[in-house]
Design a protein around this ligand. Structure first.
Ligand code: GLV
Ligand code: MN
Ligand code: MN
Length: 396
């Protein structure tokens, strides 16, 4: 709740965009918490932060747990933040119980998971996993033309005691606790979701280029109206992508219009397309339709389609799921396996280390919303499972 004061909105939601002042203040707060835990703070060139509780053998690769603290605009208090706070809680509980494990434990904050300001997301985790280069992510711009490289130094300057460390150090395992962001656990009255994998995502930026003209004088038949072109394209995308594909998800989440004046025929429209599907082959087929549909329905306008993310489904594997299930059973909590329809940093980290995710229920499955809510006893249960798997992995 204290973390949620950074970026708090009057309706109870949180707007804490990646590398915004609210994000930077929230990291400052976490660094203060780290100080009270006498844990070292580290950071890397992608702005990922690590709160490290050194183990008995500090040379061994650490066990990491965490998530992200950036939010979408008007997001909730729990998406991401819960996984970071739960990881800090694990360190604090170990210390209070006098437990110093063999391997070090690091609570991690991955930079820009959401991709709401700097698209696409899972940016820090992708840089850590080596799937995106630091040079590339530093050049990513927000809507106002501000680059990651313009704001990242401000974030690092807010953590003067952080020791810089190279990206992608070896890790023993990574665990991410997260609210489910869907309705299954609540519907089945189950405390813990053992996550089997994460569905794939492709995302595109579509630019429709028409011709700005006078709204009173330009002949209707001669107009190149970028807005009407975009509307036709979006209608066609909805019809073609969702046809017979009940598992597909299509979101046009951003949309901008130029010059955006009542008396001017729109000359340029830009919108995003977020496409998801739980099977890679279908995901590929649907994603490949996007440029073709845009070209077919552009009318008199020109259209440009740039694919800015293409992440296949990730799978965590049987040994990891059984490792988490054994921990849930030791704590005598109820569990079920669940496939994540939302994206997470774990989709990147699983490429370089054994990775597992622990879901807890959230009210009505609502997320990316001010109405996001989770019960304290469910959050506590998830944190206990996280502690159990972290300790087991530390001493393995
Ligand atoms: C992030 O929230 C995602 O679903 O990709
Ligand atoms: Mn999240
Ligand atoms: Mn999210």
């Amino acid at each position: 709740m204290e973390l949620a004061t950074h970026g708090a909105m009057p309706d109870g939601g949180v707007t804490r965009l990646a590398l915004s002042e609210a994000d930077i203040d929230a990291r400052r707060l976490i660094a203060r918490w780290a100080e009270s835990l006498q844990a070292e703070v580290l950071a890397d060139d992608a702005g990922n932060c690590f709160i490290r509780y050194a183990g008995r053998d500090p040379e061994l690769p650490p066990v990491m747990a965490g998530s992200h603290i950036d939010t979408v605009p008007g997001g909730g208090k729990f998406d991401g933040a819960y996984g970071v706070v739960a990881a800090l809680e694990v360190i604090e509980a170990m210390q209070q119980a006098g437990v110093r494990p063999k391997r070090s434990v690091e609570a991690v904050i991955w930079t820009n998971e959401e991709g709401a300001r700097f698209s696409p997301g899972q940016m820090g985790a992708a840089a850590f996993a080596g799937t995106r280069s630091v040079d590339e992510i530093l050049c990513v711009k927000d809507r106002d033309g501000v680059r990651v490289r313009d704001v990242l130094p401000r974030m690092l300057a807010a953590l003067p005691k952080a020791r810089m460390r190279s990206l992608g150090v070896p890790i023993t395992a990574f665990f991410e606790a997260h609210i489910e962001q869907g309705p299954e656990l609540e519907a089945h009255a189950t405390q813990i979701g053992v996550v089997t994998g994460i569905q794939g995502r492709r995302s595109f930026i579509v630019t429709v280029l028409g011709e700005a003209a006078h709204g009173g004088t330009a002949r209707q038949s001669e107009r190149k109206d970028a807005l009407l072109g975009a509307v036709r394209i979006i209608g066609a995308l909805e019809a073609s992508v969702l046809e017979n594909e009940s598992d597909a998800r299509l979101t046009i989440g951003t949309f901008s219009l130029e010059p955006n004046a009542p008396l001017v025929v729109p000359g340029c429209v830009r919108f995003s397309v977020d496409l998801r599907h739980p099977e890679n082959a279908t995901m590929k087929r649907l994603g490949d339709l996007v440029p073709a549909i845009c070209a077919r329905h552009r009318g008199a306008c020109a259209v440009e389609v740039v694919e800015n993310a293409n992440a296949p489904c990730a799978y965590f594997g049987e040994p990891m799921m059984q490792f988490i299930e054994a921990a849930v059973d030791r704590l005598q909590l109820s569990r079920r396996r669940i496939f994540s329809l939302a994206g997470h940093d774990s989709r990147e980290i699983v490429k370089i280390a054994p990775t597992g995710m622990i879901f807890v229920p959230c009210k009505r499955g609502l997320s990316h919303s001010a109405l996001e809510e989770a019960e304290p006893h469910d959050l506590a249960a998830g944190a206990r499972v996280l502690a159990e798997v972290v300790i087991a992995a530390c001493d393995a």
